[in-house]
Design a binder for this molecule. Structure first.
Ligand SMILES: Cc1ncc(COP(=O)(O)O)c(C=O)c1O
Length: 451
């Protein structure tokens, strides 16, 4: 007689990542989801959770968008060529052409891959091969992924600790600081400057209006390639197809991933100029000098085409721009007067709410106590309450624990935005007025220490 199957989380704990399960348990966020549609996540125990995280900007067209699902079913049903590695995948051509036309500028060739990090890895090779230089510049607080090369450009020790030595030649400059950047570029040893146009995990840091244009001008002056990592900001998340379009820049290379396949198939894309492409794939002999087995797979390509069509037909870019402004406006009005709210900022539906330490003594003592235990503890309390008491999924930024990220699918409705704002205001009210917020945080710390 076979043994009864273990509950899902037990199997996951036994064979994948028990620490992750413990963390979700601790935060009271370990739900079993049975169905996810648009902005709503349905749990086995009958709750409906509103998604204001979008899997870190994956679900721009909403969860399981019917058009993307239909395209995938269609692709499977046609039993077409997959992974032959010996033919010309037409769909990859079609998707690349659409991407280049939407991205504009000089971007005219695409390398496909299966994740954002893999895109960054490809870029590191491409920019070095093109410029015959080694140096790479990234910004403080940047997040470019966790594979070795991408991690070398991710400026936060939490992600790096234990994995040294990383890639040589990677240098950090403060985001927004043009003088420090120019000092480094003057050496003419820098192959590329790699930036997120709006830093997501660093705390939804929006640069001043001319920063990216000036970075681009400096890059051109010193023969350095200008690379934008639009893994989170691309695909209409900020209201335009690329965040680069807000700033009037024409980067040499752009990295996309996450939302490109509608959240259903792993995908990544490196868009580049003909010049960059030609220096990598420079001859017949080098026609496959950088490839990846699943890179142009039919499912990812079909999902990508369906996602682009949906972004366009549902006008999700303009919708993100409009609703993003609404969200920030409503938040600012609801949160004015609360001393722990420092700023509400963002672009489109990539929105950050920054907290600050309170000045009132009683609040300050509690706040500092938690900060000493773990810098992320305070933010996690907010995330936990938003989830548990209001059924809303959010997160704090990975490289800035004092900023809560609000990034719903772009199909979010105005009513759902109201629901988020009301819920958030009531959590903020609680942290300013009730000892319960802080005593519960203390209990959480106790449980964290004991697990
Ligand atoms: C800006 C940015 N670049 C790169 C990555 C890495 O992408 P992936 O997790 O698909 O490897 C991420 C992931 O969050 C990201 O936010």
């Amino acid at each position: 007689m076979s043994a009864a199957p273990l509950p899902i989380t037990d199997v996951y704990s036994d064979y994948v990542n028990p620490q992750w399960v413990r963390l979700l348990d601790l935060l009271g966020m370990n739900a079993t989801y049975t169905r996810c549609i648009g902005t709503e996540l349905y749990t086995k125990d009958g709750r409906v959770i509103l998604d204001f995280l979008s899997g870190y900007c994956v679900h721009n067209v909403g969860h399981n968008h019917p058009a993307v699902v239909a395209a995938l079913k269609d692709e499977l049903d046609r039993s077409g060529p997959a992974m032959l590695q010996s033919h010309v995948p037409e769909l990859a051509g079609e998707l690349a052409a659409r991407l280049c036309s939407l991205a504009g500028g000089q971007l005219s060739k695409v390398f496909f891959c299966s994740s954002g990090s893999e895109g960054v890895e490809a870029v590191i090779k491409f920019v070095r091969a093109h410029t015959k230089r080694v140096g790479l510049i990234y910004a403080t607080g940047a997040f470019h992924g966790l594979t070795c090369g991408a991690l070398s450009l991710t400026g936060v020790n939490f992600w790096r600790d234990g994995f040294s030595p990383l890639l040589p030649g990677c240098e950090e400059v403060p985001f927004g600081d043009l003088d420090r950047l120019e000092e480094k570029l003057k050496t003419r040893k820098i192959a590329a400057v790699i930036l997120e146009p709006i830093q997501a995990e660093a705390g939804i840091r929006v640069p001043h209006a001319k920063y990216l244009q000036e970075v681009q001008a400096l890059c051109r002056r010193y023969g350095t390639l200008f690379v934008l990592d639009e893994v989170q900001t691309g695909m209409c998340r900020t209201g335009r197809f690329l965040a680069a379009h807000h700033y009037g820049v024409t980067p040499d290379v752009v990295i996309l991933a996450k939302a490109l396949s509608g959240g259903l198939v792993p995908v990544g894309a490196v868009l580049m100029t003909d010049e960059v492409y030609s220096s990598i794939y420079s001859s017949l002999k080098r026609s496959i000098v950088h490839t990846s087995t699943y890179s142009e797979n039919g499912l990812a390509m079909r999902a990508g085409l369906a996602t682009l069509a949906t972004l366009e037909s549902e006008r999700l870019g303009p919708r993100a721009a409009f609703l993003g402004e609404e969200l920030r406006g409503r938040l600012r009005r609801a949160l004015s007067g609360y001393e722990m709210i420092k700023e509400v900022r963002g672009a489109g539906l990539l929105c950050g709410i920054e907290f600050q330490a309170p000045s009132k003594l009683t609040l300050r003592l509690s706040f500092e106590a938690f900060r000493r235990i773990h810098a992320g503890m305070f933010g996690q309390m907010v995330v936990m309450r938003m989830y548990r008491e209001h059924g809303i999924l959010t997160q704090i930024c990975g490289n800035n624990f004092m900023v809560l990220k609000a990034a719903p699918p772009l199909v979010v409705t105005s009513e759902q935005i109201d629901q988020f704002v009301d819920a958030f205001r009531s959590v903020v009210e609680l942290m300013h007025s009730s000892g319960a917020f802080w005593s519960e945080a203390l209990a959480l710390v106790g449980r964290a220490v004991n697990v």
